[in-house]
Design a protein around this ligand. Structure first.
Ligand code: CA
Ligand code: CA
Length: 278
């Protein structure tokens, strides 16, 4: 007979018993971290009846009072031990992009996928749907309650500091912030003067249908660039800006001179001037 497997099991079981005592390590992972907080937040508001049907299963009622509430969250955050190292977010290979939109009260983060929590050095919330907890090492954590959120209103976040989050699949992700323009602007074409082609950069504050029409100085329509429905963002690089090859609708090169370009974004219009010099 081989007794070794039994011996191993006994050791494992004794370790588990030791960890049960640390009730704030809810998922029994051996560390108190962001996952334990998310576990409590998922069960936020629930009633827990004792005795538990399975005392070894994770129990979000940390203080054992029968309710999963903010006190349980505070207890977990107080014992938050295993902080992710400052360099760790760069090691995370899963990214989640959050669009930063400036609002009157601060900023709004719009996530490409819902998140349970975001965590960084300095987060100031302005929304009631999330709770913000300070961890012993001075970091702040914004936590969604009961279900993950697509948007988070904040008073402040420092984009130069690493930000990590927990996405709806319970993965630890590195949050990348993407700035959004606060207004729609048509920018000067480049190069200008040009020959034979030029780029027309712009930025959109909102998703919109975008068309650019090019006219000569007598007002004749020379070319229509239908850019289709575009998402809000910056269209300033050569690969994203509107491109005009200096030809009319028939594919003929147009004469040297001044041309007017007019960008239509929804029901707004913006105008610029450009010069072809041959
Ligand atoms: Ca844990
Ligand atoms: Ca409780």
């Amino acid at each position: 007979m081989d007794f070794n497997p039994i011996g191993v099991n006994v050791v494992t079981a004794s370790v588990k018993i030791g960890e049960v005592l640390k009730s704030w390590d809810i998922d029994k992972s051996g560390t108190v971290d962001i996952f334990d907080l998310v576990f409590v937040s998922r069960h936020f508001g629930e009633t827990i009846t004792y005795p538990l049907p399975d005392p070894t299963a994770p129990n979000p009622d940390v203080d054992g009072n029968g309710m999963v509430d903010v006190f349980d969250l505070v207890l977990v955050s107080k014992h938050f031990g295993e902080e992710i190292m400052p360099g760790a977010p760069t090691l995370l290979d899963v990214y989640l992009t959050a669009t930063v939109i400036r609002t009157r009260n601060g900023i709004k983060l719009k996530f490409e996928r819902p998140v349970w929590a975001i965590w960084s050095e300095n987060i100031e919330p302005s929304d009631n749907a999330v709770i913000v907890l300070k961890t012993p090492k001075g970091k702040s954590l914004a936590l969604a309650l009961r279900e993950p959120v697509d948007e988070l209103s904040l008073r402040r976040i420092d984009p130069s500091l690493p930000i990590v989050g927990i996405d709806s699949d319970m993965r630890l992700v590195s949050i990348r912030l993407k700035n959004m323009p606060d207004r729609t602007v048509l920018l000067p074409n480049y190069p200008n003067p040009f020959n034979p082609e030029t780029w027309i950069p712009f930025q959109l504050a909102e998703d919109a249908d975008v068309t650019i029409r090019i006219y000569d100085l007598r007002g004749n329509l020379i070319k229509t660039l239908d850019l289709g429905h575009l998402k809000a963002g910056y269209y300033t690089s050569r690969s994203s800006a509107a491109h005009w090859d200096g030809r009319n609708e028939l594919g003929e090169r147009v004469a040297s001179g001044v041309y007017i370009y007019r960008m239509k974004v929804g029901d707004k219009a913006f105008t610029g001037k450009m010069v072809i010099l041959k």
